[in-house]
Write a protein that binds this ligand. Structure first.
Ligand code: CA
Length: 221
């Protein structure tokens, strides 16, 4: 999953950036409202964490501009502590959830996870498809016989994306866009290598290849 983090406070921004990456997300960062609004429309993010107090353009305006243009990307806003007005305004502008500053990073991570699952039409809690379960906290896979298998950062990101979109045809370029950050080298052939590694771990039948089109996860047709 690929997130955009919009935060102008350098110290908090870098702390959040680090925590989000550690939690297994590909993360791009923006530090002002004008830049954030542009990249939020341009790049196919799975979720945006949006601070409301931003230079150049306030976060609420950025959010309502996205929604006016039909951009439905899930958004978690960061509001000032105790400001119920900001929360109400945020929901009116189209926010999916909020966290009030100051907050525990684990609370933000839990809310992001819940919003991502909701927007993918998946139930909250453990991510389970067929015989495999993904432990998102430990970034490990739990196989049928309760055996645990650790995953590299890219394997984890790719498998989580697959598991949140079962039965959907996913092209290599789409997977690349959701697994890598903006400035990372996006060679979609590398996806093939990672898919083959995942097949070695979870078995070959869970990820089907559609020649020239991409992959379908978890469909046993
Ligand atoms: Ca701010």
């Amino acid at each position: 999953m690929r997130l955009l983090l919009v935060e102008d406070d350098i110290a908090l921004g870098s702390q959040l950036h680090h925590a989000l990456k550690k939690a297994g997300y590909a993360v791009d960062v923006s530090t002002d409202g004008v830049d954030a609004e542009a990249v939020g429309d341009l790049e196919p993010y799975d979720l945006i964490v949006l601070d409301l107090g931003l230079p150049k353009r306030p976060g609420l305006e950025v959010l309502s501009n996205w929604r006016k243009r039909g951009n439905q990307v899930p958004v978690v806003i960061l509001t000032a502590r105790g400001s119920w007005q900001e929360k109400v305004e945020g929901f009116k502008a189209g926010a999916d959830d909020y966290v009030g500053k100051p907050f525990q990073i684990n609370e933000l991570l839990a809310r992001i996870n819940a919003v991502l699952k909701r927007s993918a039409g998946s139930v909250a809690g453990a991510l389970k498809v067929k015989s495999i379960t993904l432990d998102e906290d430990k970034q490990e896979l739990i196989l049928q016989n309760d055996q645990r298998q650790s995953l590299t950062a890219t394997e984890f990101r790719l498998l989580r994306y697959f598991m949140l979109h079962p039965g959907q045809l996913l092209s290599k370029s789409k997977l690349t866009e959701h697994v890598y950050e903006y400035d990372q080298d996006k060679d979609s052939n590398v996806i093939e290598v990672y898919v083959n590694r995942l097949r070695q771990i979870i078995g070959p039948e869970l990820i089907k290849t559609r020649r020239g089109q991409g992959y379908i996860f978890g469909n046993s047709d």
